[in-house]
Design a protein around this ligand. Structure first.
Ligand code: SAM
Length: 217
C-alpha cells in the first residue's frame, strides 16, 4: 500500500464511517478515488485530512465528510444521470461518475474546469461532460436529471434546477446565508410536488449566478 492509500483508508474509517455514513457504495467509492490528485501538488500530503482545502481562484475542494454525506443523500443508482453545479477540483465529480451512468457538471471559473478535466481524464473517467457557465440555470438541453447536486451555498433553491428533476429525482443543495447554510434534500414526487428535508449545517463558498448570489462575497 502507498502512503496515500493508507491515508485514504484512515480518512474513510475515521472521518466518514465514524461520522455515520453507511452506504456501502459510497464508502467503497471514497476508498477508491485518489483525492490527492485533485489538490495542488504541494498540498498532496494534506489531501486526506478532514478539511476543505484551497484549489485556487478563492475556491475550495470540499471536506471529505461533506462529499460523502451529500453523495449518500443523492441515493444514486448505477443508471442515473446526474447534474452537478460547481465542479471545483473535480473530486466530487469523480465520486459521482464512479456511482452513476453519466455526470453533467458546470463550473463558472474556466481555469478550474480545465484543471478538473485533466484530473478526471487521468483517472479515465469518460462519463463526465464539463461546461463553463452559470449552473444556477441548470443544463436544459440534457434535462431531466435523476439527481442534482449543488456544491456551493445558495440563497434559495434555484427554480431552474428543481424544474430539471425527473419525477422521483433528488436535489441536494446547501441553502442559507453567505456565511452558513443547511443541506436541503428535495425530492420531486410523481405529481411534480417537491418535498424538502433539512439536514446538517455547513459553510460553502457562494453560488454566484442569475438564481444565486449576485456577486462574490
Ligand atoms: N465539489 C467541489 C470539489 O470537490 O472540488 C468543490 C466545489 S467548491 C466548494 C464550489 C464551486 O462552485 C467553485 O469552484 C465555484 O467556482 C463554483 N460555482 C459557484 N457558483 C457557480 C455557478 N453559478 N455555476 C457553476 N459553478 C459555480
Amino acid at each position: 500500500m502507498t502512503r496515500f492509500e493508507i491515508a485514504r483508508k484512515r480518512m474513510v474509517h475515521e472521518q466518514i464511517v465514524a461520522q455515520g455514513i453507511t452506504s456501502p457504495r459510497v464508502i467503497e467509492t471514497m476508498l477508491k478515488v485518489p483525492r490527492h490528485l485533485f489538490v495542488q501538488e504541494a498540498m498532496a500530503d494534506q489531501a486526506y485530512s478532514d478539511n476543505p482545502l484551497p484549489i485556487g481562484e478563492k475556491q475550495t475542494i470540499s471536506q471529505p465528510f461533506m462529499v460523502a454525506l451529500m453523495t449518500e443523500l443523492l441515493a444514486l443508482q448505477p443508471r442515473d444521470n446526474v447534474l452537478e453545479i460547481g465542479t471545483g477540483s473535480g473530486y466530487q465529480t469523480a465520486i459521482l461518475a464512479s456511482l452513476c451512468s453519466r455526470v453533467w457538471t458546470i463550473e463558472r471559473i474556466r481555469s478550474l474546469a480545465m484543471q478538473a478535466r485533466k484530473a478526471l481524464d487521468s483517472l479515465h473517467l469518460l462519463n463526465v461532460n464539463i461546461k463553463v457557465g452559470d449552473g444556477t440555470m441548470g443544463w436544459p438541453e440534457e434535462a431531466p436529471f435523476d439527481a442534482i447536486l449543488v456544491t456551493a451555498g445558495a440563497p434559495a433553491v434555484p427554480e431552474a434546477l428543481a424544474a430539471q428533476l425527473t419525477p422521483g429525482g433528488r436535489l441536494v443543495i446547501p441553502v442559507g446565508t453567505e456565511l452558513d447554510q443547511a443541506i436541503l434534500t428535495i425530492r420531486k414526487q410523481a405529481d411534480g410536488t417537491l418535498v424538502r428535508e433539512t439536514g446538517v449545517t455547513c459553510r460553502f463558498v457562494p453560488l454566484i449566478g442569475r438564481q444565486g448570489w449576485q456577486t462574490a462575497a
